[in-house]
Ligand binder design. Sequence first.
Ligand code: COA
Length: 335
Amino acid sequence: MNTVYSSIKGLGFYVPDNIVTNDDLTQYMDTSDAWIQERTGIKQRRYFTYGKDTNASMGAAASRMALDRAGLEPSAVDLIVYATITPDYYFPGSAFLMQRELGLEGIGVIDIRNQCSGFVYALSIADQFIKTGMYKTVLVVGSEIQSSFLNKSNEGRGVAVIFGDGAGAAVLQATTDPEHRILSTHLHADGRYAEDLYVRDPGSSREGQWISEATLADGQYNVTMNGNTVFKHAVVRFMEVINESLTANGYQPEDLSLLVPHQANIRISGYVQQQMNLPDEKVFNNIQQYGNTTAASIPIALTEAFEQGRIKPGDLVCLAAFGSGFTWASALIKW
Ligand code: COA
């Protein structure tokens, strides 16, 4: 019997129309285009339009594009794995809402909450389900509406300038071709740093009701980040997990055709690129246009890289992520 692997058959993304430049942010907070570009590389990001975009509708738009490019009808999908930390409802997750929107009632859905590594975790789960033979076609989605979680005043400016909204999707299918497939995925986490990048409320372990006057007054329903700690861990873990994927498959950094890192901060990607001695054409960045879109950043970047002809059959592509949790993860793909 032939071994079953999974391969990426189609990619898609959706970003809201509303472009928010660095200059636009100066209306709400004391910041500047120069500060934001120098510290993060970001020039602009997208914010969702209330009444038009939802987390699930953005995921559905990205999924339709990915399915279309794979030449598949939505009915071909056996399972949805959906990564987000900004769901439309506290529960059920946005996977359910997107399933409904795509008319796929009845198939299984899994919601993943693994922050900036969410898409790679979701991809890994899809890959395992396909390799065991349980499913043939799995839709993997990352979608985020973060603009409504940010404190866009001076108090929150160190965090608010980084994040944006958007969605990306990949269609995975079973294949027996060993030359074009996901080679391996690698998942890690370290909960000791949970509070270095988190949204505390609403949470269940509170005195009395989980949303109270006290929690609202505390303002801990916005993102809190210890930026320096995140930065220091990110640069180390990104390199570790990229090297782990290469070593596991007998490759060296110079064998990579393209690294698609989670778009956390251009300085983090730049440091990793320099340490790994990779030329500019081997590292994809689009954080300039979209900011950090958490679970959506890798599938958006991967889709744009593909559209721009930066990925060709036979290429060795590495996806790598780091984020809140802390989590870090990679996937090595022979395209
Ligand atoms: N505009 C202008 N000034 C700002 C600002 C903003 N948006 N945000 C913070 N500042 C100010 C600070 O108040 C501080 O002023 P002070 O020196 O007078 O106290 C100064 O800029 C430096 O702040 P600091 O937080 O030390 O800056 P930094 O160089 O560490 O950059 C980050 C901040 C957030 C850009 C940086 O820590 C970072 O990128 N961390 C990683 C974040 C990340 O990737 N998160 C996602 C992971 S998935």
